[in-house]
Write a protein that binds this ligand. Structure first.
Ligand code: TYD
Length: 217
């Protein structure tokens, strides 16, 4: 029989690795455009703060230099697929180092509006292999404790985008969103929670909070 594991003296280093972040919690919202992520991110942050937790909200693309360039491309015209992929990953590296890791290390809750699952979906829809994108990103970006995927039919999402800003940009075309939705559908990890986002914001928020009850009973 194998006895209890002997201490190696390295446990404290292993415990504080980027991948386990035992002190903080990382919760990510994902889904195609028009599913109401930003509303749900805000509602969850307000709720957790009201429960007395320290919450940091952020989003990708970020408002940093790489993120700004990406947002500009959404208005002015899409970059080449290689340049786009590189910028999303540079933006994320910067985000991980300056905000995500430091907040988790001090025991805070980080809530993100999009993360590397969006790169798998959107740059995957442009022809890159989602599994390779994931592997590369997980070599530098902490794996979340929970990923909430908000789901509504593509048609309904398009309608919401239309109501929101008149006309979709190139990321928001129907075919593209269908390809992205298929990649989100294929994610199967234990930390993935799929939520029907067709209800009212309050109904969707209640389902989100319920799905996270294992993190915060
Ligand atoms: P979005 O969250 O929709 O920003 P906003 O609410 O300001 O419109 O993100 C903008 C777009 O960026 C969205 O269409 C998805 C795309 N995107 C990628 O293509 N790859 C990524 O890795 C990320 C994070 C976003």
């Amino acid at each position: 029989m194998i006895g209890p594991r002997k201490s190696t003296g390295l446990e404290k280093f292993i415990d504080s690795s980027a991948q386990s972040h035992p002190a903080g919690r990382l919760v990510v919202f994902e889904g195609i455009d028009g599913t109401g992520k930003s509303t749900q991110v805000r509602l969850l942050a307000e709720r957790l703060e009201a429960e007395g937790r320290s919450v940091t909200l952020s989003r990708e693309p970020t408002d940093g230099p790489f993120g700004q360039k990406l947002r500009q491309s959404m208005v002015e015209g899409r970059l080449s697929r290689d340049e786009e992929l590189r910028l999303f990953e540079d933006d994320r590296r910067h985000h991980v180092e300056t905000l995500i890791k430091p907040t988790l290390a001090r025991g805070g809750v980080v809530i993100l509006d999009r993360y590397y699952f969006s790169t798998m979906a959107y740059q995957g829809a442009r022809g890159f292999d989602p599994a390779e994108i994931r592997q590369r990103n997980e070599s530098f970006a902490p794996v979340p404790d929970a990923v909430i995927i908000l789901e509504i039919p593509v048609e309904a999402a398009m309608q919401r985008i239309g109501v929101r800003d008149g006309s979709g940009n190139t990321f928001e075309k129907k075919e593209n969103l269908e390809a992205c939705a298929a990649i989100f559908d294929a994610l199967k990890d234990d930390f993935i929670h799929r939520i029907d986002a067709s209800g009212t914001p309050a109904e969707v928020h209640a389902a989100v909070r319920q799905s996270l009850s294992a993190l915060w009973p």
